[in-house]
Design a protein around this ligand. Structure first.
Ligand code: NAD
Length: 347
């Protein structure tokens, strides 16, 4: 915040967010890596996400992710993100979100950003980062499979491609034939060279993929047979609740944050409940990046990222700085108005 007087408050639209992030896959993936490292050394505050649920709309939820990040970024804030799965049938995305950024020194909110794009972007960057680190000790996967092919799957593919990945084979599986066809259309328009196959059979998709991306909206495990993973793929379990605990127990498991991930009936949470311990967890992605954990090649690897508010803050602040630099920041005049402690009384 600069100068004196009323602290400025800006609103940043989805169009501006997209403009600031377009084509920056590598930069954002590096930013997410730096943020995981900051979080790993404790230079962040990231309390548990709060889930608001509704008895009259059981499939819906709104999640609050408050967070604070240190380092060069020094910003606090909150992502407030809705998930209404029925939206998709009505022709609008499942998730919608805003991100509030708060000033480190005064606490004043200084920006409100459209955040469904920021959220999808940080999720995809985290997935691409994990794909890179978790495949280092094995042949680089040339066959990728997308299990659930909505908006998040699209962003993850864009981030893999933007980070230099290319695939000989791209498998696609979705309960909805329309979603699978839509994703296939996106892949074709992206100019990918790989051969695209739509699998109706989930088992075939997994057995045909060395890198598997789960991005469904399943509320409980629907993939239960560990033998489907006997070729030891790397699994990006972004939707968190697809895999039965038995599959996790036969795999090397990594998460983004242990306390966060072992909650809310995620598959790792179910594995903890089943075994009564956390011994099935190898550690966090940051542990792998810092060399504290080595990923064995001879087992499936499952990365279950709960999704950390610090990532939204880091990407949101990046967008804010880019929009400010471009001179296009839209400040709302007089947003904070009651600024004198003792305004003159009525005459
Ligand atoms: N971990 C994180 O940080 C993080 C962040 C953002 C989103 N997500 C999760 O990613 C998931 C996908 O989000 P989205 O916005 O792409 O949703 P979306 O509604 O756009 O797409 C989900 C797709 O999954 C398909 N699907 C549902 N159940 C399936 C099943 N059992 N098998 C195969 N396909 C199935 C649907 O038909 C749909 O096409 C959500 O679960 C969301 O919560 C996770």
């Amino acid at each position: 915040m600069t100068g004196t007087g009323a602290p400025p408050f800006a609103v940043i639209s989805g169009a501006q967010v997209q403009q600031a992030l377009r084509g920056r896959e590598r930069q954002i993936t590096e930013l997410v890596e730096d943020t995981y490292r900051l979080h790993g050394v404790g230079d962040s505050v990231n309390p548990p996400s709060y889930f608001l649920r509704f008895p009259d709309r059981p499939s819906a939820r709104i999640i609050a992710l408050p967070a604070s990040i240190g380092g060069k970024l020094r910003v606090d804030g909150l992502k407030w993100i809705s998930s209404f799965p029925e939206n998709v049938a009505a022709g609008i995305p499942r998730a919608s979100a805003v991100l509030i950024l708060n000033d480190h020194d005064t606490g004043y909110p200084f920006a409100c950003l459209e955040s469904s794009i920021i959220s999808a972007t940080r999720t995809a960057a985290s997935a691409a980062l994990a794909a890179d680190w978790l495949t280092r000790g094995r042949p680089r996967p040339a066959r990728v499979g997308f299990f659930g092919t909505g908006l998040i799957a699209r962003y993850i593919h864009t981030f893999l491609a933007g980070n230099g990945w290319s695939f000989d084979e791209i498998g696609v599986h979705d309960l909805s034939a329309g979603s699978a066809a839509g994703f296939r259309g996106y892949l074709e328009s992206s100019g990918t060279a790989g051969r695209i196959t739509v699998y109706e059979d989930a088992e075939q998709l997994i057995r045909s993929s060395d890198l598997v991306v789960f991005a469904t909206i399943a509320g409980e495990p629907h993939v239960t047979d560990p033998s489907w993973f006997e070729h030891n793929p790397v699994v990006l379990h972004v939707s968190l609740r697809d895999l039965a605990p038995e599959i996790l127990l036969a795999s090397t498991n990594l998460v983004d944050d242990v306390e966060h991930c072992l909650k809310a009936s995620t598959s790792p949470h179910l594995a903890e409940q089943l075994t009564g311990s956390r011994d099935f967890l190898a550690g966090t992605l940051d542990d792998v990046m810092a060399g504290r954990v080595t990923v064995p090649a001879g087992r499936p690897v499952v990365f279950s990222p709960f999704g950390l508010g610090v990532l939204d803050l880091a990407v949101g602040k990046y967008v804010y700085d880019e929009v400010t630099r471009s001179g296009e920041l839209h400040v709302i005049d007089d947003f904070f108005h009651e600024l004198r402690r003792y305004a003159p009384g009525p005459a």
